[in-house]
Design a protein around this ligand. Structure first.
Ligand code: MLC
Ligand code: AMP
Length: 513
């Protein structure tokens, strides 16, 4: 028996070993032979540290090629990889470690002292990992456990075994761990590599974080399956990305990447000549952005739609019309239907309803939350996404809204309930409603409408009070104090009204208020 995902990713394929896998900012290169050998050494280190098959390995480290090797090493060691956003606070990490009970927690060296007690509380071994240097191996980091020998016999894992758990915030405020199997990840990477025509000739600009689906699975796994190369960038910088386009063929990004690139004067047809593919996802790409990009570069951005729980579901076509404002058609092997939210019956073309998804990409359920899984996954296997969509006559799906109360800021999900819970515990706050408002850079920006009992409570003091509990991107960028929240006769807060009232809050001409 083999390791299902490691095999699909082609890690052991000697035919590709001479090829380049990644080029770093500092000019270093990584070959596919390196990927095989270094991920083997990481796998061996995990086993030596006592990680056994099925154990969770939680990781909150800065983006580095070594972090990718740790991910691949975890897969090869039969562990369940659990990446965590680097913006999470100690309070958030405390929840994740308590819920997932990892055997090992790997964090950035700078956070060791703050997080060691958190790891200890949940009986997780803690190791640090920064950027690799020869000295780092001697400084008590994970590198010190990496053996010299490269050989490692991958631990056998079936298609149904879990490869990763990715946390996604919940409507109740408690994050849920989406359990992804080897086959979930492998099948989607294979589908995307074929659908988007990735080959060993491709060079993908990789500027996304590697702790979420987009950067870790859509970008990295797809490149690995195809044997493509990465221009590996630790962070998105539009100037750098524009330069990279001269030596790359593809870019994957969230809409903020594209709007920031459009602000660059150098974005022209010539600058994008070498590129064959621009993919956007994780948040809605405005039709206007799609059109401006086309006018400037001659390229039609390919928009696709996915989720942590499902990987990718739909994509605009590689050949054929890429329709602005739509997320294209269901990917091969994936069923995507639009249903009546009440009855679950499929709706005719043109009608708006709940988007539901079934296929080999759909996750195994929420970690230790069978009741949540049952709420969102039907007996017939369809997963209820919480997104509202509509099909046109040509089979293109548009995401027209969300039934779930969710804000997507720069591609990061923020669940209002979690932010409201944090705000409501602050002294002087009576109640709060958190909403997403149109934001020129992040697509949506987080705003809070708050009823206070203490008239002296300021916007700054309130945001500072929740800063220890919430990652920076979840914190409200604007706070509006009101006498009372608008409610309907059932007592439910009318967020739609609030979104209308404050619609202009993040527009450049808007005044502070
Ligand atoms: C950073 N900040 C954000 C933010 N990113 N605030 C709100 N929303 C965000 N997305 C904060 C910083 O902490 C900082 O705070 C301030 O905003 C300015 O930072 P910046 O330097 O301008 O931000 P930058 O580092 O350039 O990051 C912006 C970004 C990044 C768009 C490049 O957010 C990003 O890489 N987003 C991609 C997210 C992603 O990968 N999503 C995929 C999820 S998977 P201060 O303190 O200075 O105010 C998924 C499934 C699917 O959804 O379909 O793919
Ligand atoms: P996450 O939970 O981070 O995986 O975010 C998934 C959510 O992002 C989906 O349920 C959608 O609401 C949203 N999303 C992803 N891609 C798109 C897209 N192309 N257009 C609109 N929304 C998207």
């Amino acid at each position: 028996m083999t390791n299902h995902l490691a095999t699909a990713l082609g890690l052991a394929d000697p035919a590709r070993h001479d090829r380049r896998f990644a080029s770093m900012e500092d000019g270093r290169h990584y070959s596919y032979a390196h990927v095989e050998q270094v991920s083997a050494r990481f796998a061996a280190a995990l086993v030596a540290l006592g990680v056994t098959p099925g154990d969770r390995v939680a990781v909150q480290v800065d983006k580095s090629i070594e972090a990718v090797m740790l991910y691949l090493g975890a897969v090869r060691a039969g562990a369940i990889f659990l990446p965590l956003n680097t913006a999470y606070t100690a309070a958030e990490i405390n929840y994740f470690l308590g819920d997932a009970e990892p055997a090992l927690f790997v964090c950035a060296p700078a956070h060791h002292d703050a997080l060691a007690p958190v790891a200890a509380r949940h009986n997780a071994r803690i190791e640090t990992m920064g950027v690799w240097t020869p000295e780092a191996a001697d400084n008590g980091s994970l590198f010190g456990h990496i053996p010299e020998a490269a050989a490692f016999d991958d631990i056998a894992r079936t298609a149904d075994d879990l490869a990763a758990i990715l946390y996604t915030s919940g409507t109740t405020g408690r994050s849920k761990g989406a359990m992804l199997s080897h086959a979930n990840l492998a099948s989607n990477a294979e589908t995307l590599a074929a659908h988007w025509r990735f080959t060993p000739e491709d060079v993908l600009i990789h500027a996304l974080p590697i702790f979420h689906t987009h950067g870790l699975f859509v970008a990295t796994n797809t490149a690995l399956v195809a044997g493509s190369a990465l221009l590996f960038r630790t962070k998105f910088d539009p100037v750098q990305t524009l330069q990279d386009m001269a030596k790359a063929t593809a870019l994957m990004g969230v809409p903020t990447f594209y709007t920031r690139l459009l602000d660059q004067e150098g974005l022209t047809r010539e600058a994008t000549n070498a590129m064959r593919l621009f993919v956007s996802g994780s948040a809605p790409l405005l039709a206007e952005t799609h059109e401006r990009w086309h006018a400037r570069t001659g390229h039609a951005i390919l928009e696709r739609y996915g989720m942590t729980e499902t990987n990718m579901n739909t994509s605009n076509p590689y050949e054929g019309v890429r329709r602005a404002g739509t997320v294209g058609q269901a990917l091969p092997g994936v069923e995507v239907i639009v249903t009546d939210p009440e009855s679950g019956q499929a709706l005719p073309t043109g009608e708006t309803g709940m988007v539901e998804v079934r296929g080999p990409n759909v996750f195994q359920g929420y970690w230790r939350m069978p009741e949540k899984t049952a709420e969102e996954k039907r007996d017939n296997g369809f997963f209820i996404t919480g997104d509202l969509g509509r099909y046109d006559e040509d089979g293109y799906l548009s995401i027209v809204g969300r039934a779930k109360d969710l804000v997507i800021s720069g591609g990061y999900n923020v669940y209002p309930k979690e932010v409201e819970t944090a705000l409501d515990t602050v002294e002087g706050v009576v109640e709060s409603a958190v909403i997403g408002l149109p934001h020129p850079d992040f697509g949506e920006g987080v705003a809070a409408v708050v009823v206070r009992s203490d008239a002296a409570l300021t916007e700054e003091a309130l945001v500072a009070a929740v800063a220890g509990d919430l990652a920076r991107y979840k914190q409200p960028r604007r706070v509006f104090f009101v006498e009372a929240l608008p409610r309907n006769t059932m007592g439910k807060v009318q967020k739609k009204d609030l979104r209308q009232t404050y619609a202009e809050a993040f527009q450049p001409e808007a005044k502070a208020g």
